[in-house]
Write a protein that binds this ligand. Structure first.
Ligand SMILES: Nc1ncnc2c1ncn2[C@@H]1O[C@H](COP(=O)(O)OP(=O)(O)O)[C@@H](O)[C@H]1O
Ligand SMILES: [Mg+2]
Length: 385
């Protein structure tokens, strides 16, 4: 094929208008693409940047069709989409990546686990639990973790049950249960695979979670693990995406146990919170990489140019309404600090409102700065709760 592209290089239809979409739209513009965003919220974070938005639900068949018909290629930044409609649109010849059938497997966490197990990817032992069942839990054995099959994110579909006494806190939804893993660390690897099957991993990162609310506290890039462990994690992540024949960028979350074993926790068929630092710290960021992958362009270099850390900016407890950013100038005065504000019209306690990436000579130095950043910058709101 001749290496000649029209402008726009591609019209990209993006399902979901959140922060991941917003950062993808920016990358798309850089590559000479245009974007249309489908999101129920007029003026969504991604819609603002794209300039074109279809206001509608992610699962509205008519709106999904309108999106597909107004674009050259469709992709998504979230998982909870009606895959039936996407599969039908794909059968009519619309290009949709990652493939809707794969999204259907991944968005149902139980089906995802079955896939991983059947593909020989190490993952924690699990059994189906179509409805909450104390006897099934007892027979499986505590400690265990209950996970909702559909719709969970940021720990919202996950309940850790140390013993039978905690069963009462179960989620009243179709779910499965799995072994509680005593993890030494939680690692993540972003992997890109393009339509031609070319596959590249980013350096392994480490996720440190907040004890209480399960939201990512600090992201360490690269992970503080032996080089051999990082290489194994990257190889496992590549193997996982290749088993899925995935096209696009994927986030592979893993547990590292005390004896050095790696277990895949879950796979996100999209750009991921643990890849935000790639914007400043890597040659090619995860958002551009995703577009290269789905457009059949050569993948970019994943090499990391500088150690980095990333912290999410969450809506401060006690506030809602229009966001008020306190301490912005103070953190911008610190060298190596890069602030991202997502453009959400309203804040809520714990809502992801932005993130800060810090680059420095070492991850430790970056983390020390990030700790200061966390005490300085706060997302308040114009209404007190
Ligand atoms: N089997 C497990 N053993 C121990 N901790 C777990 C297990 N599964 C999940 N967790 C904890 O819960 C967090 C959220 O679970 P995860 O399956 O990744 O759901 P989410 O989609 O909300 O990210 C994980 O990052 C981890 O800290
Ligand atoms: Mg997770």
């Amino acid at each position: 094929m001749e290496d000649v592209y029209p402008y726009p290089v591609a019209r990209i239809g993006l399902i979901g208008g959140g922060q991941l979409g917003r950062m993808m739209v920016k990358a798309a513009k850089r590559l000479g693409c245009t974007c249309v965003v489908l999101d129920p919220l007029q003026g969504s974070p991604a819609g603002q940047v794209a300039g074109h938005q279809i206001v509608g639900d992610y699962s509205d068949p008519g709106k999904l069709r309108e999106l597909a018909e107004s674009c050259d290629i469709v992709t998504f930044e979230l998982e909870d989409i009606d895959t039936g409609t996407l599969i039908a649109l794909e059968a009519e010849g619309h290009r949709i990546y990652p493939r809707p059938a794969l999204l259907a497997t991944i968005q149902d966490k139980y089906r995802q686990k079955v896939f991983l197990r059947d593909a020989g990817i190490p993952t924690s032992e699990f059994i189906d639990m179509p409805e909450p069942d104390a006897r099934a839990c007892a027979a499986f054995g505590y400690p265990l973790v209950q996970k909702a099959r559909r719709g969970g994110y940021d720990g919202r579909g996950v309940v850790v049950m140390p013993d039978a006494g905690t069963f009462s806190g179960h989620l009243p939804v179709p779910s499965y249960i799995e072994r509680f893993i005593e993890a030494e660390k939680e690692l993540a690897v972003m992997v890109a695979r393009n339509v031609g099957g070319e596959c590249r991993a980013y350096p392994t990162v480490e996720m440190r979670f907040h004890e209480r609310d399960n939201v990512l506290d600090f992201l360490l890039a690269p992970a503080n693990v032996p080089a051999e462990t990082a290489r194994r994690a990257e190889a496992l992540a590549v193997r996982t995406v290749e088993a899925m024949q995935g096209v696009g960028v994927f986030g592979i979350e893993m547990f590292l146990t005390a004896d050095g074993e790696l277990l895949v926790n879950e796979v996100a068929p999209r750009t991921h919170n643990s890849g935000h630092h790639t914007i400043e710290a890597c040659v090619t960021d995860q958002f551009e990489q995703h577009l290269r992958a789905i457009l059949g362009l050569p993948l970019g270099e994943t090499r990391q140019l500088s150690p980095a850390t990333m912290v999410n900016l969450l809506g401060e407890p006690g506030y809602e309404g229009r966001p008020v950013i306190a301490g912005l100038a103070a953190v911008l005065a610190i060298s190596g600090v890069c602030v991202h504000v997502y453009g959400k019209a309203v804040t809520k306690p714990g809502r992801k409102m932005g993130h800060v990436t810090v680059i420095d000579e070492t991850v430790e130095a970056a983390c020390a700065k990030a700790s200061r950043v966390k005490t300085l910058i706060r997302i308040l709101g114009d209404k007190k709760l």
